[in-house]
Design a protein around this ligand. Structure first.
Ligand code: ZN
Length: 299
């Protein structure tokens, strides 16, 4: 059984002026439902305000919760923060946190949303409102569920918000492998950044990932991995600059799972990026990430 965290609030109507594809979280749920008894469903609670404020600026948290985010921050985020979007923004970190708790019990769990790695202390950015990875890592450590958390980010974009929000935290280690020339233009500093040139394909990507991530895990010795498993390194992605095939993405996730498994590390995954017009094809890629990791790690 693969533990999957989902909440109906993840699936919201796209606000006007939004180019973001909100439908994909619902499509991920629908595709996973077709897996039947292989999936154990869990519903999260909204992340309590004090845990959001532990990582984000309390004034920004208030702006989001009260749906009064200034226009320039909404522009940077990529969509307006309506009350519905605000509700979703509190629910998704709750889901990533619950996936972390469940991963510690079952070896693996997935959130059907999240991976909001561009969100910064006082503003959203790049389709991210609150940084679920940083918030969840912080809470899991404070509650004593993990002593050291590694946030492993294989989205094609750098995990700049995650790096900035966890910098200096001795119990959180950040790894990001991304297309160097992609968004964000100004990168933050993760504990280990692997910036790739445009057009890197399967073999090269997998070789570099294997080498750098195994060294990172051995150096930082986490007892839990939060995984940003974005599917935008895919060659056909609208916002990616790398050239991974469908099979390359599967091999990426088998590799990450293998590195976790050989170190007896539980892993919780979030959805991350995946962009293009064919929402079902993107959702199918996200589902493959969850099933590939679950096959290797769930117990
Ligand atoms: Zn991305």
């Amino acid at each position: 059984m693969i533990a999957v965290v989902h909440h109906p609030d993840y699936v919201t109507e796209a606000p006007a002026r939004s180019t973001y594809r909100w439908g994909k979280n619902g499509a991920i749920r629908d595709l996973l439902q077709a897996e039947g008894a292989a999936i154990a469903w869990h519903e999260p609670a909204a992340m309590p305000r004090e845990w959001l404020e532990a990582v984000h600026d309390p004034d920004y948290v208030a702006e989001v919760i009260e749906a009064r985010v200034p226009r320039e921050k909404e522009r940077r985020t990529g969509f307006p923060i309506t009350p519905t979007v605000a509700r979703r923004a509190q629910m998704v970190p709750g889901g990533t946190y619950l996936a972390g708790v469940l991963a510690c019990e079952h070896g693996f769990a997935a959130n059907t949303a999240g991976g909001s790695h561009h969100a910064l202390a006082a503003t959203g950015a790049g389709y991210c409102v609150f940084n679920d990875l940083a918030v969840a890592a912080h809470r899991l450590i404070e509650e004593g569920r993990a002593a050291r958390v590694a946030i492993v980010d294989c989205d094609v974009h750098q995990g700049d918000g995650t790096a900035a929000l966890t910098a200096g935290h001795p119990q959180i280690a950040t790894y990001s492998i991304h297309a160097e020339k992609n968004f964000p233009v100004r990168k933050a500093r993760s504990m280990l950044d692997v910036g790739l040139p445009d057009g890197v394909g399967d073999a090269e990507y997998l070789r570099i990932l294997d080498e750098t991530l195994s060294g990172f895990l051995d150096t930082h010795r986490p007892d839990l991995i939060l995984y940003q498993g974005g599917v935008d390194p895919f060659a056909g992605d609208r916002l990616g600059r790398l050239s991974l095939s469908e099979d390359g993405l599967v091999r990426r996730d088998r590799l990450v799972a293998g590195l976790a498994r050989s170190r007896a590390l539980p892993l919780a995954c979030t959805v991350g990026g995946g962009y293009g017009d064919d929402v079902m094809a993107i959702a199918a890629r996200h589902v493959r990430v969850i099933l590939t990791l679950g096959d290797a790690l769930a117990r």
